[in-house]
Write a protein that binds this ligand. Structure first.
Ligand SMILES: Cc1cc2nc3c(=O)[nH]c(=O)nc-3n(C[C@H](O)[C@H](O)[C@H](O)COP(=O)(O)O)c2cc1C
Length: 185
């Protein structure tokens, strides 16, 4: 068995999954992160749960998935501020146009956006969306705001999109996201 190599002095990764078709790829990302020794806590938006079941992420991460700010039992175990402090790295994959807008403007109206505002951990963001949504000036302005603030972006890749069109909008592959995180850590 390969020895864990990720990273030497920090391995607690908060993986935020948003509501896009690429959410299914994040299941593989969890597996790859675990394979290299990371401790992964998955948080899903409400929309993300329409694409992939929380059980899938729970089984792969070996941790209960967090889905709501208003889960009294989960908050009692580890409150959202504790969770924000627990994270050594935050990865948002896939990041929707909606979440990019929320993060750029400092909104905190769900668990993912609240955690991102509350954490001091570095943020790696893997956007995925239709190419017109990606190229829209509003999205590009939000990405520029986040990048200027030190948020790292990976992708999106150019190529065939789920709706049958082609262009920039494909989420970076899990191996690319892992490599970006490892290079950074
Ligand atoms: C079938 C379907 C696919 C979608 N795919 C994407 C996507 O890939 N990227 C994106 O930004 N939004 C996508 N959306 C829209 C988001 O799900 C929607 O903006 C949602 O409010 C995002 O919520 P969240 O950011 O809290 O996860 C899709 C919607 C539907 C119905």
């Amino acid at each position: 068995m390969q020895a864990p190599r990720f990273p030497n002095d920090g391995h607690r990764v908060l993986l935020c999954v948003c509501g896009g078709i690429a959410a299914y790829k994040s299941a593989e990302l969890v597996r790859r992160l675990r394979d290299v020794g990371a401790d992964v806590q998955v948080v899903m938006t409400e929309a993300a749960q329409r694409f992939v079941g929380a059980q899938t992420f729970q089984a792969l991460s070996h941790r209960p998935v967090r889905t709501s700010l208003w889960d009294a039992q989960a908050e009692a175990a580890m409150g959202h501020l504790e969770l924000a402090a627990w994270a050594q790295y935050v990865v948002i994959a896939p990041a929707t146009a909606n979440m990019l807008a929320k993060l750029a403007h400092g909104l905190a109206d769900d668990l993912v956006s609240t955690l991102c505002l509350a954490t001091q951990a570095p943020l790696l963001v893997a956007p995925a969306m239709n190419h017109r949504m990606w190229l829209h000036p509003a999205t590009q302005a939000n990405v520029a705001t986040l990048s200027a603030r030190g948020v790292r972006m990976i992708g999106p890749n150019d190529g065939p999109l789920a709706e049958g069109e082609s262009g920039p909008g494909r989420m970076a592959e899990p191996v690319q996201i892992l490599a970006a995180l490892e290079a950074w850590a």
